[in-house]
Design a protein around this ligand. Structure first.
Ligand SMILES: Nc1nc2c(ncn2[C@@H]2O[C@H](COP(=O)(O)OP(=O)(O)OP(=O)(O)O)[C@@H](O)[C@H]2O)c(=O)[nH]1
Ligand SMILES: [Mg+2]
Length: 549
């Protein structure tokens, strides 16, 4: 008896006895089809398994924080370090954005000068203006008023009054602005057309935007209830009681785009098609030569420099507390380099460029497996190799859009710009920016949806903080709880870090890990090191959750 006689399967699959040639051909065709289907199923299973593995290894990171906290700048650092090829390919297309940043700074100076010449009290509002806390319309002077107390944290944020100059110094400043300044203003006039042109080219999604100053935090269930904000004092009264001021809408000039890639591409395409019409503005082997906007900017170079370096202009800016140098997209110290016909942005330029985020932008980053022992080694497969980073718009009116992205997120990188203890929100001039950051951080810490996410806090804009403190701004004037602690950056960072830690502790029922970093994310070298540590901690936490370590 052969071995197959005992194999039930062999009996089942054995060809029937007395099979005719036609029957045999039909059977073989059936079997071939079955084999083909089986192979297809195997292939699909393999694909599903790979997709599942990839899905398991996918790390989702959400960048959160108020507007101008440095979210997009952090993302740029990530892309610059870990998506080098894509970054380099995109770098040139930032030129129009950087030119727009420069032009807007100049226009802000011109507007401030005009306001001064007119002798009016209002100051133009712009993305490049870092306006100190202080209500332009208040009569009282230099009298800090407690504005808000953050419940359980003990930060009392004062909004100091604008320290206005005497009538004498006002009029003397006005007369210092001479015909020379009028001429500069006239000669720089074409930059208004350039601004409009660049905006059109990039496809402005929202430029002049109105914010309702009575708008809520706008983050739905995350939003702390009004009673829990701990403002049961004059601060709350001050914010809600003055109906006239609360109803006022704050006008703000800032440029933002919904789809960054599209905007950058638009800039490039508009430029090359224009170039073929005008015989210039061409793109040759990946680099620009020139275009109308660039020509005008280049021809205004000396006047722009003269304006920025002018002593009387600096005095007007100081008087009106317009701190362009601490604002977003500051390029006035780089006029020589940028206002040329052949300007090409550097890595640092792109990182410093300001383009407000509208909605949510999504980026995928593929991390290379590094040599030597890594977290990916040891049979952990593709864990942490692919990251999806979500960058959101941070203005209050945009926070509703964050919620859908809270689901399944592995890590939050929260940016709190700590230099802004004496600034107010652009979208709501009643709210101190540090107070807003603390409230937002509290919402993030208390969110059930984010309970499992790794928390990373960047105490950002430390460079601006240092400059501000050095210039004599006293933290205790804005945060009375800071008391007599030394007015240096190290002490302020330590103090605020403890405040953010306290908030997390108060909002967590179980002890929760959070990684804290003092950052200046425009410093790309230092940020590269921070990101490496951040990346490792996120992957480590992710693996812990997945029971892999
Ligand atoms: N000096 C300095 N500037 C910074 C720092 N972080 C961000 N900036 C600048 O601040 C501006 C705003 O930064 P963004 O990254 O665009 O802010 P954002 O949080 O994405 O703001 P939205 O898109 O409005 O939500 C940019 O011009 C940055 O170059 C920092 O640490 N130091
Ligand atoms: Mg942004």
């Amino acid at each position: 008896m052969g071995a197959t006689d005992h194999d039930p399967l062999a009996i089942l699959t054995r060809p029937p006895p007395n099979e005719t040639p036609i029957e045999r051909a039909a059977r073989e065709e059936r079997e071939a089809r079955a084999r083909q289907i089986s192979d297809q199923i195997d292939e699909q299973l393999k694909k599903d398994k790979a997709a599942l593995k990839r899905q398991n290894g996918l790390v989702r990171v959400l960048l959160l924080g108020q507007s101008e906290s440095g979210k997009s700048t952090t993302l740029k650092n990530f892309r610059m370090k870990y998506s080098r090829a894509q970054w380099k390919a995109e770098r040139l297309s930032w030129r129009a954005v950087i030119q727009l940043n420069l032009v807007r700074s100049v226009l802000t100076i011109l507007d401030t000068m005009q306001t001064e010449m007119n002798g009016t009290t209002s100051t133009p509002t712009s993305s490049v203006v870092q306006e100190l806390s202080g209500d332009e319309e208040d009569e009282e002077e230099d009298n800090p008023i407690p504005c808000a107390t953050i419940s359980g944290v003990g930060i009392i944020v004062n909004i100091s009054r604008r320290s206005s100059l005497s009538k004498d110094s006002n009029s003397s400043l006005r007369t210092t602005l001479s015909s020379h300044h009028q001429i500069l203003k006239l000669r720089l006039g074409p930059l208004r057309g350039v601004e409009a042109d660049l905006k059109k080219r990039l496809g402005a999604a929202s430029d002049e935007e109105e914010f309702d100053s009575s708008a809520s935090l706008g983050i739905g269930p995350l939003e702390p209830s009004s009673s829990s904000s701990g403002d049961g004092n004059q601060g709350a009264e001050r914010r809600s009681g003055n109906a006239m001021i609360a109803a006022r809408k704050v006008k703000r000039r800032e440029f933002g785009v919904k789809r960054l890639h599209e905007a950058l591409e638009n800039g490039v395409h508009a430029l090359s098609s224009r170039g073929s019409h005008h015989g210039h503005g061409t793109r040759d082997s990946g680099s620009f030569t020139s275009d109308d906007a660039t020509d005008i900017i280049a021809s205004c170079r000396d006047d722009m420099k003269a304006l920025w370096l002018d002593e009387a202009v600096q005095k007007v800016l100081a008087k009106r507390k317009v701190r362009i140098e601490d604002g977003a997209g500051f390029f006035l110290d780089d006029i020589d380099r940028i206002a040329t016909r052949t300007y090409e942005p550097s890595d640092d330029d792109v990182v410093r460029a300001r383009l407000r985020t509208l909605g949510v932008q999504e980026y995928s980053i593929q991390f290379e497996q590094s040599k030597g022992p890594t977290l990916f080694a040891g049979g952990l497969g593709d864990f942490g190799k692919e990251w999806i980073i979500y960058d959101v718009g941070g203005a209050r009116t945009m926070r509703q859009a964050w919620l859908p992205f809270f689901d399944n997120v592995n890590a939050i990188i929260f940016l709190a710009p700590i230099s802004c203890f004496d600034e107010r929100l652009q979208e709501d001039s009643k709210i101190n920016r540090l107070e807003d950051s603390c409230l937002l951080w509290r919402s993030v810490c208390s969110s059930k949806l984010l309970a499992k996410a790794t928390l990373i806090l960047f105490l950002n804009k430390c460079d601006i903080l240092k400059r501000k403190l050095k210039s004599g701004v006293m933290v205790k004037n804005f945060l009375p709880s800071y008391g007599e602690r030394p007015n240096d950056a190290g002490s302020v960072i330590k103090y605020l870090k403890e405040k953010f830690k306290d908030i997390l502790k108060a909002q967590s029922s179980v002890p929760r890990t959070c990684y804290y970093y003092a950052t200046s994310v425009t410093d790309t070298k230092a940020t590269a090191n921070t990101l490496k540590t951040v990346k490792d901690s996120i992957v480590r936490e992710h693996l812990k959750t997945a029971d892999m370590v």
